[in-house]
Design a protein around this ligand. Structure first.
Ligand code: TYD
Length: 208
């Protein structure tokens, strides 16, 4: 089972991934926790390029770099882990590219999908949790974390387009993307996610 967590910066994805990992491991399930951009040695190097505020790059270059990192991560880490029987939990995946580069940078979701098609192949998530939070609260949380990276410092209009992009993606793929109100207490969110994962395990979407 391949599960991804999506949403704006500061919505609490990492916390929920950790809680789900603990729960699955307590049930004896092997779990791989990973993230994008990153998750493999070369993808982590590309992550450094993408998030360094010193780096200025064309929007298309940015989109290709996210996809390049993804290609390595998918082939060398995610697919082998799924083949071993791991549940793979990934902090961001191709929906982030569609939302940030497609909508945020205004390249267009279709163009970004074209760039990512080969990187992703047939490796689409069985379930995606989209953690949605009001813009003001998300910004407050990002500021509270301290120094902002290149993407986090792209401004409010950019962040709003990303939020709208995520909402649209969820509307287009309701069978895969479950929207969660990230303002709820973390225990409540963890329970909603755990219940949904239990359902997925008894009835996997593609029989995996
Ligand atoms: P993330 O690791 O979630 O950063 P943080 O821990 O600070 O929340 O992601 C790094 C940034 O990269 C984040 O701002 C979203 C952005 N991003 C894209 O723009 N496109 C992508 O395809 C991915 C995976 C991430």
């Amino acid at each position: 089972m391949f599960i991804t967590f999506e949403g704006a910066d500061g919505v609490g994805k990492t916390t929920q991934m950790e809680l789900l990992r603990e729960r699955l491991e307590a049930q004896g399930q092997e779990v791989l926790l990973t993230r994008e951009p990153g998750g493999s040695p070369i993808a982590e190097k590309i992550r450094g390029l993408l998030l360094d505020r010193e780096n200025d790059m064309d929007d298309m270059t940015e989109a290709y770099l996210y996809a390049a990192a993804r290609a390595d991560h998918v082939r060398r880490v995610i697919l082998p882990a799924l083949a071993r029987g791991c549940v793979v939990l990934c902090d961001r995946y191709v929906d982030s590219s569609l939302a940030y580069q497609g909508f945020g940078r205004e390249i267009g979701a279709q163009a970004v999908w074209e760039i990512n098609r080969q990187a992703v192949g047939r490796c689409m998530p069985d379930r995606t949790y989209l953690m949605a939070l009001g813009r003001q609260e998300a910004e407050r949380r990002v500021r509270a974390r301290g120094e902002m990276d290149r993407m986090e410092s792209a401004g409010r209009a950019f962040a709003q387009r990303v939020d709208e992009g995520f909402a649209l993606l969820a509307q287009r793929a309701p069978e895969r993307i479950m929207v969660l109100d990230a303002a709820q207490p973390k225990e409540v969110l963890a329970r909603l996610i755990a219940e949904d994962v239990a359902k997925l395990k008894t009835c996997p979407p593609d029989g995996r």
